[in-house]
Design a protein around this ligand. Structure first.
Ligand code: DGY
Length: 327
């Protein structure tokens, strides 16, 4: 095995935790990597992919139909991430390229960030921290800086899958929150586990005190949280997005907050990314924003690295990527 795998060239298009590259090397592949922390330029990515049999990619590289056309010789693309909206799956499938992702290992890490953002937004934490940095902590005031409490409120989950379930568990366990959700398909196992109620999208908007987005990013949810959606939400509600920024319309979110259509927001993902430092959301007291760090724990990133490598190893061992996302 070692000998024949040597002829297989794997290109890793980002710096990733070494567990993955070590596994690929131990399996005998010829591994090369992009060793720079900044995203690989497209022309270099294309050039490297053209010389390789397998690609371990990350979400910073757009692998579109043109890419698939030029790299149709690739056997497998393994994406370092559970989301794979950076990849044109239909184009990969039509070129016969198997695509894998890394589900499961970042569930807790991402749910923790959603949960943390919810609390941070509800108590204006990021804004208050900024006030101290600016030298504006003058004295205690009984009527200022007031947040809202979460106990017994209704949590609405948009996309009740692995991460949504973990977020719901945290909210139920800590705040006795009632869980409602909207999915493309009902998740009856999760309904039972969480005593969760399936509702229409409009009901989700109208009934949630905290609405947390956990869906995969597909064309049918692009910009689904827009003016029309925010207009239906409760004025005291908090919008959380740890999925993909493209699910919300950022200007509509800014307007909804300014016009008090909703109370606050917690975002780990923005639209576009990176967010510019003059974005008005950064100066709003009820908004908490992080730079897409949902999966950024040692445990999750090591797990992602391992799974991403195993997708490639599994393909060459058994002809099928273990975490295959092609239909
Ligand atoms: C994912 O896995 O999709 C994350 O957004 C990347 O950390």
């Amino acid at each position: 095995m070692e000998k024949s795998n040597q002829a297989i060239k794997v290109f890793v298009s980002s710096v990733i935790p070494t567990v993955g590259t070590d596994l690929l090397k131990a399996a005998g592949f010829t591994v090369s990597t992009w060793d720079n922390l900044t995203p690989i330029p497209r022309n270099i990515l294309l050039g490297k992919a053209k010389e390789s049999n397998a690609l371990l990619a990350t979400l910073t590289g757009r692998l579109d139909a043109t890419f698939m056309d030029e790299c149709k010789h690739l056997d497998v693309i393994s994406n370092f991430g559970v989301g794979y909206d950076n990849i044109d799956i239909a184009a990969a499938t039509s070129q016969g390229i198997q695509v894998g992702n890394t589900p499961g290992v970042l569930t807790d890490a991402t749910a923790d960030v959603a949960f943390g953002l919810m609390i941070a937004a509800s108590r204006k934490m990021f804004y208050m921290h900024k006030k101290i940095l600016e030298g504006n902590w003058k004295h205690f005031t009984p009527t200022e800086n007031l947040g809202i409490e979460l106990k017994n409120k209704t949590l609405g989950i948009f996309g009740l899958g692995r991460i949504g379930i973990e977020m719901a568990k945290r909210c139920k366990g800590s705040y006795n929150m009632k869980v409602i959700y909207h999915n493309r398909k009902r998740n009856t196992a999760a309904e039972e586990l969480l005593n969760a109620k399936y509702v229409s999208f409009s009901e989700l908007l109208q009934q949630s005190d905290v609405l947390s987005v956990h869906s995969a990013f597909t064309e049918d949810v692009r910009g689904i949280f827009d003016k029309a959606a925010f207009d239906q939400m409760k004025p005291a509600s908090i919008f959380i997005n740890t999925s993909r920024g493209g699910v919300h319309n950022e200007q509509d979110l800014i307007d909804a907050l300014n016009n008090r259509k909703i109370w606050g927001a917690g975002l780990d993902v923005t639209n576009p990314e990176p967010m510019q430092k003059d974005n008005p959301l950064l100066n709003m007291d009820t908004v908490a924003i992080l730079p897409h760090i949902g999966s950024a724990t040692e445990e999750a990133r090591n797990g992602m690295s391992r799974l991403a490598a195993e997708n490639i190893i599994g393909f060459y061992q058994n002809g099928k990527v273990p975490n295959l996302v092609n239909p």
